[in-house]
Ligand binder design. Structure first.
Ligand code: ZN
Length: 304
């Protein structure tokens, strides 16, 4: 039984990839990176994994060029038509944008308040480079979302109507200043109250702060969540438990696929397969996560 199921799955994949990209259903990746993580990763190192002890999969790329080339290949293969792309270096994200201008919503990655400056983001928005905000990842430095130093970023994103990604979750890279407590979704409440028009979405839908995230999403209809790193960084069973709980809570129209690809482009594929293989989701729920919810959040119908 298991063998015939596997065979059927393989045949389906062969069939899908034999189809030209335009005939495959489109996907939007709401959480893609050009030049992360913000620390050294030797080429060939397996991807991150949690919880220790564990062994990550895949092999990190040798450099930014390889990351870009492999990511583009996978985007073509899976018909990923759009991606929210952030990076620390504006020159690197500009290369991605130039290579495929309609494909990327480019945004600054903010690790420390003040870098980049508000004036810089405003200027790069005016020149057409930045059309998104974040990942705001100051939690990696222990700075919570309601810290006053982040207020100008949210104000600017609301003013310019930039789709804004924030790392507000219980887990993250092993960095000395990272604090799980600074990732409680309840800390978003001040931001959401102050900026009701801000289009904000949360990394990994706040994993594993399920109750807090449900409370925030029920109370603040403008808030969305991505389903990204948890598709590959934690055990599949833990990912499915979390996703199923969010969907059972009625939030299936507010969840968006993302890869959180950094130096491991093959994790994009792994994430897509994790959602495709979730047998508790209907075909419609999968389509919502892969495309429809992001298209609504990004207001793609309003763009020319
Ligand atoms: Zn990220």
């Amino acid at each position: 039984m298991k063998t015939s199921k596997t065979l059927l799955f393989l045949l389906l994949n062969v069939f899908l990839f034999a189809m030209p990209a335009k005939d495959r259903l489109p996907i939007i990746d709401m959480h893609l990176h050009a030049d992360l993580p913000p620390y050294e990763v030797p080429p060939g190192k397996p991807a991150l994994c949690r919880p220790a002890p564990c062994t990550g999969e895949g092999k990190s790329t040798a450099n930014h060029k390889e990351t870009m080339e492999k990511t583009f290949e996978i985007m073509d293969q899976y018909n990923i038509v759009k991606a929210h792309l952030s990076g620390l270096d504006p020159e690197i994200v500009a290369i991605w944008k130039k290579a495929a201008p309609d494909r990327f919503i480019v945004a600054p990655f903010i690790l420390n308040p003040g870098q980049p400056t508000i004036a810089d983001i405003r200027e790069k928005n005016a020149t057409g480079l930045y059309t998104g905000m974040g990942e705001i990842a100051t939690q990696l430095n222990g700075i919570p979302p309601n810290d006053p130093s982040l207020e100008p970023y949210f104000a600017l994103a609301e003013e310019l109507d930039l789709p804004t990604l924030i790392h507000t979750a219980g887990i993250g890279p092993y960095l000395p200043k990272f604090r799980s407590a600074a990732g409680s979704p309840l800390l978003l409440e001040d931001v959401l109250v102050r900026h009701p028009k801000l289009r904000l979405f949360v990394e990994n839908s706040g994993y594993p702060y399920l109750d807090e995230m449900i409370a925030m999403m029920y109370q603040y209809p403008q808030l969305y969540g991505d389903i990204s790193t948890i598709t590959w960084v934690i055990p599949r069973s833990a990912f499915y438990d979390y996703l199923e709980a969010l969907v059972n809570a009625g939030l299936g129209k507010r969840l968006m696929f993302g890869s959180d690809q950094m130096r491991w482009p093959e994790m994009i594929e792994k994430g897509i397969h994790a959602i495709r293989e979730a047998d508790f989701l209907t075909a419609e729920q999968k389509r919502d996560i892969f495309y429809n919810n992001a298209a609504r959040f990004l207001q793609l119908d309003k763009q020319s």
